[in-house]
Design a protein around this ligand. Structure first.
Ligand SMILES: *Cc1c(COP(=O)(O)O)cnc(C)c1O
Length: 379
């Protein structure tokens, strides 16, 4: 058994050590963090729904009706009418024949990829894909090909050399650390031509993009034939917890049979599904949340450009400011923290070496005044 401390020490020396902060109370722009009041720009609660009274009330009613625990896996006795109703509503919301709930987005990605691919198949992934897509690809044992970020020509070339087996292209709809949107129409065209699966992980697009908040596929008007596999998470813009996969009847039945991360785990609490149902109604009805989010983003980008900050080409609530070294990103983040503002410094291995950054994220719950405070502190 080798000693663990040297590796921990190395991480500290290289500014890569991670620690958890203790926050008090419900999610929102203003939080007590490590005992101090902070204005935060680092949550994924993009629509400000994580502490919404109607969603809380729905969860409370769900608890009265269903109790706390999921009790068993979905294939035993854990599949409640709350889960089932939510699946039907998610299918309708995304314009797909069926949807299947997973406990987390991490598990959904693993479950899909391992169910569809094996040793003789090939998976193609954007270099900046979320860790859960990468891990799903590795676990499937398929040949693993990574293409440079957003580069559909590179993907097309790689696909031309595949001799046999199934292929699946997996990308984030909105990239979690850069905030840019994948070139989905082009990817859909390539996949159609190559008869390959296309899977979009829309963790940061669902609720945020599209007229009705149905995400990056609605943003580009892409249907089931363009993108056969959509994964969405419920813990970000929807403000609750969990994830889903939406697609054809055959896809969902296949996942129910073969996805080990679906079959061998306890169903999530039905009250959480009730909360998500309430959240989904608000996401659809209250488009003003998406509008005010866009206003905040515009305000921030205009101000940051005036300050000469190194922004990335993002039209989403993820607005990174590139620092370069991990040390620099950490230094910026602690200077902001001294002024009562919390923005996370993102360092390798989450992002490539030399591209450490402040990851600023906005929520519809932020005010103009709060954005201005951030800009003043950045100045
Ligand atoms: C957050 C995230 C996930 C994981 O979802 P969880 O429900 O938090 O496990 C997957 N993919 C992307 C792109 C994410 O940002």
């Amino acid at each position: 058994m080798k000693p663990l401390q040297p590796e921990l020490d190395r991480r500290k020396r290289e500014y890569l050590y991670r620690r958890r902060r203790l926050s008090e109370g419900p999610q929102g722009p203003e939080l007590i963090v490590d005992g101090k009041p902070m204005l935060t720009f680092c949550s994924n609660d993009y629509l400000g729904l994580a502490n919404h009274p109607e969603i809380i009330a729905a969860m409370q009613r769900g608890l009265e009706k269903y109790g706390v625990g999921g009790g068993a896996a979905h294939l035993v006795t854990g599949h409640s009418s709350a889960h089932h109703a939510l699946e039907e509503e998610l299918a309708e919301f995304t314009g797909r024949p069926r949807a299947l709930l997973f406990s987390t987005g991490y598990m959904a990605n693993q479950g899909v990829i391992t169910a569809l691919l094996g040793r003789s198949d090939t998976i193609y992934e954007d270099r900046l894909n979320h860790a859960s897509l990468i891990d799903g690809g590795l676990l499937s044992r398929a040949n693993f090909k990574r293409f440079s970020h957003g580069d559909s020509d590179a993907l097309q070339k790689q696909m031309e050399s595949q001799q046999s087996g199934e292929s699946l292209v997996a990308v984030d709809g909105v990239f979690s650390m850069d905030g840019d949107i994948a070139p989905l129409p082009k990817l859909a065209e390539i996949c159609r031509e190559k008869e390959s699966w296309l899977m979009v992980d829309d963790a940061h697009g669902i609720g945020v993009l599209g007229e009705n908040g149905a995400g990056s596929l609605e943003h580009f008007s892409l249907g089931l034939n363009d993108v056969p596999i959509l994964m969405g998470t419920l813990g970000k813009a929807l403000g609750t917890f969990g994830a889903f996969v939406a697609g054809s009847e055959e896809l969902i039945e296949t996942l129910i049979q073969l996805s080990r991360s679906y079959v061998y785990t306890t169903a999530s609490p039905p009250a959480v599904a009730e909360a998500t149902r309430a959240s989904l109604k608000l996401v659809k009805q209250e488009s003003w949340r998406r509008d005010s989010l866009q206003e905040l983003i515009k305000r921030f980008r205009a101000g940051a450009e005036q300050l000469g900050l190194n922004l990335m080409p993002s039209e989403t609530p993820i607005q990174p400011i590139v620092a370069g070294s991990a040390e620099q990103a950490l230094a910026w983040s602690s200077r902001l923290e001294e002024q009562g503002i919390l923005v996370s410094a993102i360092r390798p291995p989450t992002v490539p070496e030399g591209s450490s950054r402040l990851r600023v994220t906005f929520s519809a719950a932020h005010t103009d005044e709060q954005v201005d405070r951030l800009l003043e502190a950045l100045a």
